[in-house]
Write a protein that binds this ligand. Structure first.
Ligand code: NAP
Length: 313
């Protein structure tokens, strides 16, 4: 079958780190252009200043991958669907659940595929972790997702803008893993959000979670912090009743069972994101993971806001 023609909208860190190299190696896709407000150049593909110019120049284009900040995605995704394109959305899919629902419904009405990819769920060890947890009772969940914002979001002012997510921009990765592997639904019970005095989004957050699949009194917690310097910790530890401790570490790239390595990801999770997108396109099926977005929305709704030191790059 001919490869799907695809274009990238927003050529920033994640487009260059993952989307462009993965597309270049995936025979299911052929890059036919990029849309870049800043005129970013990508070898072998023309740059367009706006999506409208791309759609006019490439009427046969099958799909776009939207790699911009979240707060502009809904508008760009609707525009793409209206132009007859399938859409892959980076995470977080959109600032509000209403926008996510609208995109799902709009794509269905127009017969287009929308794939809101929670990339961390596509680390291969995540599925064996899910299988190990099926039917189990949770005794403890401890998420630790701490990193240096200057390393992972260098100079990205948008992360501090209202309508974007602050520390949840990366914390949502952990929540997407938990939502996928937990043996039952998980809800936010309470949260504390730390806002730098000079910013509109949190730099750190701690969540207390509950689940009907947890034992009474079980502690389910998540700690997100961007103030770390030197390295990062992206891990989810889960204890179950009468079972081993599962630890997904390195963002989900490794599964430890009672500290012993049981599964590892030999590739980048983005290769599997694009493999899945190709499958969904072939089937004409949309997948939108909104469980992690729901948890983030609830943390913002319930969270107690604390003001902390101003953040300067
Ligand atoms: P980034 O480096 O700032 O890139 C985003 C790009 O989007 C910008 O370079 C710009 O590209 C375009 N853009 C910026 N503001 C825009 C606006 N208001 N309207 C339209 N386009 C705009 O950010 P990133 O790190 O790639 O993150 C983008 C998304 O990917 C985020 O949702 C993030 O959560 C997700 N992600 C990031 C990482 C990571 O390691 N950083 C990992 C996984 C997922 P042009 O100048 O080309 O238009």
């Amino acid at each position: 079958m001919a490869p799907y023609s695809i274009a990238i909208i927003g050529v920033g860190k994640i487009a260059r780190d993952e989307h462009l190299p993965v597309i270049a190696h995936d025979p299911n896709f052929r890059l036919v252009g990029v849309v870049s407000r800043s005129g970013a150049q990508v070898e072998g593909a023309p740059t367009f200043a706006t999506p409208a110019e791309l759609y006019a120049a490439a009427p046969g284009l099958d799909a776009v991958a939207i790699c911009t900040p979240p707060n502009v995605r809904h508008r760009l995704a609707r525009e793409a669907i209206d132009a007859g394109k399938h859409v892959l959305l980076e995470k977080p899919a959109a600032p509000t659940l209403a926008e996510i629902r609208d995109l799902t419904a709009h794509a269905a009405e127009r017969g287009r595929v929308v794939f809101a990819a929670s990339h961390s769920q596509y680390h291969r060890p995540v599925e064996p972790a899910r299988l190990r947890l099926l039917g189990r009772r949770l005794a403890r969940v401890a998420i630790e997702w701490t990193e240096d914002v200057r390393v992972w979001h260098p100079g990205q002012e948008w992360i501090w803008e209202d309508g974007n997510f602050g520390v949840f921009d990366s914390g949502i990765n952990a929540l997407s893993i938990l939502a996928k592997i937990a043996p039952g639904p998980v809800y936010v019970k309470s949260a504390e959000l730390h806002y730098p005095a000079n910013r509109d989004t949190p730099i750190a957050a701690s969540l207390v979670l509950v689940s009907p699949a947890a034992e009474p009194g079980a502690q389910l917690t998540a700690a997100f912090d961007w103030r770390r310097s030197g390295g990062q910790t992206w891990r989810v530890d889960i204890d179950v009743v009468d079972g081993p401790r599962l630890s997904l570490v390195d963002g989900g790239a490794k599964l430890l069972v009672d500290g012993r390595l049981e599964a590892t990801d030999p590739t980048t999770e983005y290769a599997d994101v694009y493999a899945r997108f190709a499958e969904l396109l072939a089937r004409g099926e949309s997948v939108v993971d909104s469980a992690s977005s729901q948890l983030v929305a609830d943390a913002f709704r319930l969270g107690e806001r604390k003001i902390v030191e101003p953040f300067l790059w």
